[in-house]
Ligand binder design. Structure first.
Ligand code: FUL
Ligand code: CA
Length: 482
């Protein structure tokens, strides 16, 4: 009888330990999880502004100026793909108000341009090229419209919402609905040529406007200074802070009472908020060149710079959104194509060979056999090592079995159960002694730690702390490729 009870409690402990840990805090939605997997995408700016060699079109350009000599969506998408980008966000309408699709909402569109004799739809061409090459597709339709005579009145909101409805109905499933914070100012406004200001806390009625997005495109991640799904990194340099949480509690701008796009305290965006109210990871948007639009006198960023931005965005749990600027032909410049390709190769060559692949992992605690350390190097973000519920501090000892040289350590949490880990510390066994090489805080979807001087070691220790059971889905050691 006693043995029978022992047996029962043995089963109880085991089944209990085999249950996944309880989720912690805010959790990513299905659409956000899909977004995290993407890591990198591109943001394409191509309107009459390109032909005017400006960054912000005033809204007065003759539609006939939009006359690419050889527009080629496939060339742009293929170059992006070679760069490792997994999606394209097209600016369907920028601040100049020119619509790249045959919209019913305004005459100021591609239908009045020589492009495809006024019969073209550039949004469709980009969408088709993206899908054909296996990239996701998203759209940015600027709320600020410097061409529209109605801008600033209630009527314009209806026009803007109708534009979103057209865009969200006719171009398949979108992974992003992008919004910037530029709001009002001077413009052409149908010939009025004046300054118009709006109250951006109310004018765009974001709560209802974004309901349109949710209804028509449930998988589209809404991006703005304050989400709903993805937050602006707070700068256009392409990086977030070393500590950057996927959660945030948005704050109004100083002296204001509500946080809206264009009017939030975005100084908190690069680091987010530990245990924040919303799962709202950062997107680092940065142009490949200096400007968002093509300018003949500018050059694309170097491959080394792009790799550094990758480490400071994707490597800190954010995504990288790289601005791509077609030239007046309607293609990416050869220099851009070359740097994208070299960057894509550098990323893939660096991260193909996990030097910890054949290491022996020893954990100070493991939840049960379904959560064993073998999950750490199976290249599957869906499997993870976890500790028991009452174990909030744990140590992984990684025996590399031979002396190994690396300069990047990669850690990934199992984020479907939330951002759990508060902090971590890494030691390496170098020259016969343990040496602390890094202490950090946020991990989230991915954390890449880059060392300027490569480390040669036989063993590594990772100490992790969380307020709840710890989860880790992947661990990797890499050497930056040449
Ligand atoms: C900003 C805009 O004002 C720029 O022109 C560009 O579109 C960038 C991506 O977002 O807010
Ligand atoms: Ca795994």
């Amino acid at each position: 009888m006693k043995q029978f009870f022992l047996f029962l409690s043995f089963i109880a402990i085991n089944t209990f330990a085999q249950n996944p840990p309880k989720p912690y805090g805010e959790l990513p939605s299905k659409r956000q999880l899909a977004w995290h997997e993407i890591e990198m995408y591109g943001l394409v700016h191509f309107t009459p502004t390109t032909f005017e060699n400006k960054e912000w079109g005033y809204g007065d350009a003759d539609p006939k100026t939009f006359n690419p000599t050889n527009f080629n969506a496939d060339q742009i998408v293929k170059a992006a793909k070679a760069g490792g980008l997994k999606g394209i966000v097209l600016v369907a309408k920028h601040h100049d108000g020119f619509a790249l699709w045959p919209t019913k909402t305004t005459d100021y569109s591609i239908t009045k341009s020589p492009f495809r004799n006024g019969k073209g739809d550039l949004v469709k061409e980009m969408e088709m090229a993206a899908r054909k090459n296996g990239l996701k597709f998203g759209l940015y339709c600027s709320p600020w419209d410097r061409n529209n005579s109605k801008y600033g009145t209630a009527e314009y909101l209806k026009i803007y919402q109708a534009q979103l409805k057209e865009l969200y109905s006719n171009y398949g499933e979108l992974f992003m609905s992008w919004h910037d914070g530029a709001n009002g100012g001077d413009g052409y406004y149908g010939g009025a040529k004046e300054k118009r200001s709006i109250d951006n806390t109310t004018y765009y009625d974001w709560t209802n406007t974004w309901k349109i997005t949710r209804n028509l495109q449930p998988m589209a991640n809404i991006f703005s200074d304050i989400g709903w799904d993805v937050r602006w990194a707070g700068n256009e340099d392409g990086s977030v802070n070393e500590t950057s949480w996927a959660t945030i509690t948005p704050e109004p701008a100083k002296g204001m009472s509500v946080a809206v796009p264009g009017q939030s305290n975005y100084e908190i965006n690069p680091s987010g908020t530990r245990n924040g109210k919303f799962w709202m990871p950062a997107e680092c948007d940065v142009p490949l060149r200096q400007g968002w639009f093509f300018h003949p006198n500018e050059k694309p960023k170097s491959v080394a710079k792009l790799f550094d931005l990758y480490l400071k965005s994707v490597g800190r749990g954010a995504n990288l959104d790289l601005g791509l600027a077609p030239d007046t032909r309607g293609q990416l410049h050869e220099d851009d194509v070359a740097n994208l390709k070299a960057f894509g190769e550098l990323v893939s060559n660096t991260f193909t060979n996990n030097l910890a692949q054949n290491a022996q992992f020893k954990a100070s605690n493991t939840r049960g056999k379904n959560y064993a350390t073998t999950a750490l190097t199976d290249k599957n973000n869906g499997t993870y090592w976890a500790t028991a519920d009452d174990v909030h501090e744990a140590q992984l000892t990684i025996d590399l079995k031979k002396s190994t040289t690396f300069d990047i350590i990669s850690l990934q949490e199992f984020i479907p159960l939330g951002q759990r880990i508060d902090s971590f510390m890494i030691e390496v066994f170098e020259n016969n002694q343990w040496k602390k090489v890094y202490t950090g805080t946020s991990i989230g979807s991915k954390r890449l730690i880059k060392f300027d001087t490569p480390i040669t070691a036989n063993s590594i220790k990772v100490m992790l702390k969380a307020p709840v059971a710890i989860t880790l889905s992947e661990f990797g050691l890499y050497k930056q490729a040449n």
